[in-house]
Design a protein around this ligand. Structure first.
Ligand code: G3P
Ligand code: MG
Length: 248
């Protein structure tokens, strides 16, 4: 896997509304090599980019995405909450996002973030779609906090790199989970993880790359870099790129 040192978070969400095509384009314009996005399903099983379970924070709609069909979702706009210059933009499908990234030669950390209770179907539908559209196995990582999603990815698309997302409080069995799910990366909260915790990952017999989210402070970026962290996910990836010692 060609993991870059810095990955744009939800596109480049420090500069444009998260998880939109505009955010992906902004990341491309900044020269960012990879982006992270969140994907989940509409009520009628269309994979779309959205972080929250509900529409309220990032659109002019209301209620759970899991109860909203694609046509109703597309009637909403997803830019005004961020700034008037983005008024009128729509929530993109995963398919539209993949097409844009392929056009720009960018890599993807795809976070499968299912609506509660829809873990398996979300992973299956998303992986089907990816298999149809994306063929560059070196520039993709399938990540999730949900172990069921990673289990599906392991079983359906074994040769695609997977990343185990750990919450702020690491589960006690994180190392067993990483081994069972046969992941390539362990993705940690870089703002709350200590050097000792990071060393625990590097001390394991199996070697994992470590990705830290969500790092917007250059000093924090340099601390994590000194701990040996391989990649940082940032809302302002250009700022972090400028502040790392070396970036490949
Ligand atoms: O993948 C890193 C990061 O996106 C995980 O947290 O809540 O921003 O999706 P969140
Ligand atoms: Mg995410």
């Amino acid at each position: 896997m060609k993991l870059p040192k810095v990955i744009g978070h939800r596109g480049a969400c420090g500069y444009a509304p998260e998880n939109t095509l505009e955010s992906l384009k902004t990341a491309a314009d900044l020269g960012v090599k990879w982006v992270e996005v969140d994907v989940k399903l509409t009520a009628d099983n269309v994979p779309v980019l959205l972080h929250d379970e509900t529409l309220d924070r990032t659109t002019n709609g209301h209620g759970p995405l899991a109860l909203t069909d694609f046509e109703s979702l597309r009637a909403l706009e997803a830019g005004s909450w961020y700034g008037e210059s983005f008024a009128g933009i729509k929530i993109p499908t995963l398919e539209e996002a993949l097409a844009l990234l392929i056009d720009h030669g960018m890599g993807l950390n795809l976070e499968i973030k299912p609506c509660p209770g829809r873990e398996k179907e979300t992973a299956e539908i998303v992986l089907d779609e990816i298999s149809r559209i994306w063929d560059d196995h070196e520039n993709i990582l399938i990540s999730s906090f949900q172990h069921v999603c990673l289990e599906c990815a392991r079983d359906m698309a074994f040769d695609w790199p997977r990343g185990l997302l750990l919450p702020e409080e690491w589960p006690e069995n994180w190392a067993d989970l990483a081994e069972y799910l046969d992941v390539t990366t362990v993705n940690i909260n870089g703002n709350t993880s200590s050097r000792e915790q990071i060393e625990e990952i590097f001390d394991l017999d199996r070697s994992y790359a470590v990705i830290a989210y969500t790092i917007n402070d250059p000093q924090q970026a340099r601390r994590l870099q000194a701990c040996g962290v391989d990649a940082l996910v940032s809302d302002t990836p250009d700022v972090i790129i400028e502040n790392l010692l070396t970036v490949h």
